[in-house]
Design a protein around this ligand. Structure first.
Ligand code: NDP
Length: 248
């Protein structure tokens, strides 16, 4: 198993769910964490909790991944001791609505496309050149089963996650000949704030999504991310699909 002790790990969308779970798993293994999201107070709460339980260095970045200029500035102004990112976890993402395409909401579409696709592209574009220069690094993109199966009214969200899948494969191809690794971790249903966000806080609708299914936990996904990055350096896990046992 490859050690990630003292490796610098940037996690987007670290203020809840899968991103927060990744922060804990990586802190436990001695990584140094850059935690990014829009809700700084939630990042601070997580940092306090992680610091109580693990000895690790944490740097917080308030960031909206949809804002290209903000992403560029966040990466280029990292303090020197934080600037050499070893592992990028492109996790920030969301779904909105569950509407038929011909009845869809334009703002919802833009939010999903701008966050799930463009945000991931911006982070990748500004972080990977440093990895290439240093001849080391690993990018983990959090995709979804939605990138493999399109379900009714999932149209645009599924489209964004199919794009993430293609972009992960494209990045892998573009980095051939370098030691930099690229993995896509694609979960089925995970119980997080994702469902509440999707239905704009309508928790009745959100809870119905999990009926008949015991969803994955954020820790289940974080364990798989950790597995991918700790394989020996000649091994690239291209893609992992992990599903609740009872999800079709
Ligand atoms: P959560 O809602 O719990 O977390 C989403 C995270 O993304 C939050 O930390 C949020 O932080 C961040 N985020 C959203 N928009 C932005 C933005 N514009 N800029 C920066 N950060 C942003 O959901 P999950 O943990 O479940 O989701 C994480 C990833 O997993 C997403 O990419 C999602 O598509 C994917 N996924 C989730 C599944 C599920 O069933 N839950 C299934 C398959 C994949 P903040 O609001 O503070 O900015």
């Amino acid at each position: 198993m490859l050690s990630i002790q003292n490796q610098i790990v940037l996690i987007t969308g670290a203020s809840s769910g899968i991103g927060a779970a990744c922060a804990k798993v990586f802190a436990n293994a001695g990584a140094k964490l850059i935690l990014a999201a829009r809700r700084l107070e939630r990042l601070q709460e997580l940092a306090d909790e992680v610091s109580k339980n693990f000895t690790t260095d944490i740097h917080l970045v308030q960031l909206d991944v949809r804002d290209r200029t903000a992403v560029e500035s966040a990466i280029s102004t990292l303090p020197p001791s934080w600037s050499e990112i070893d592992i990028l976890i492109n996790n920030a993402g969301l779904s909105r609505g569950l509407d038929k395409l011909h009845e869809g909401d334009f703002q919802d579409w833009e939010e999903m496309i701008d966050t799930n696709i463009k945000g991931l592209l911006y982070l990748t574009r500004y972080v990977v050149p440093g990895m290439v220069k240093r001849d080391r690094g690993h990018v983990v993109n959090i995709g979804s089963i939605a990138g493999h199966q399109t379900y009714p009214s999932g149209n645009v969200y599924c489209g964004t996650k199919a794009a993430v899948r293609a972009i992960s494969e494209g990045l892998k191809q573009d980095l051939l000949g370098t030691p930099i690794r690229v993995s896509s971790v694609d979960p089925g249903m995970v119980e997080t704030e994702f469902s509440d966000v999707r239905f704009h806080g309508d928790s009745d609708r959100a809870n119905k999504v999990y009926q008949g299914v015991k969803p994955l936990t954020p820790d289940d996904v974080a364990d798989v991310v950790f597995f991918c990055v700790t394989r020996p350096s000649h091994v690239n896990i291209n893609e992992v699909v992990l599903m609740p046992v009872d999800q079709a």
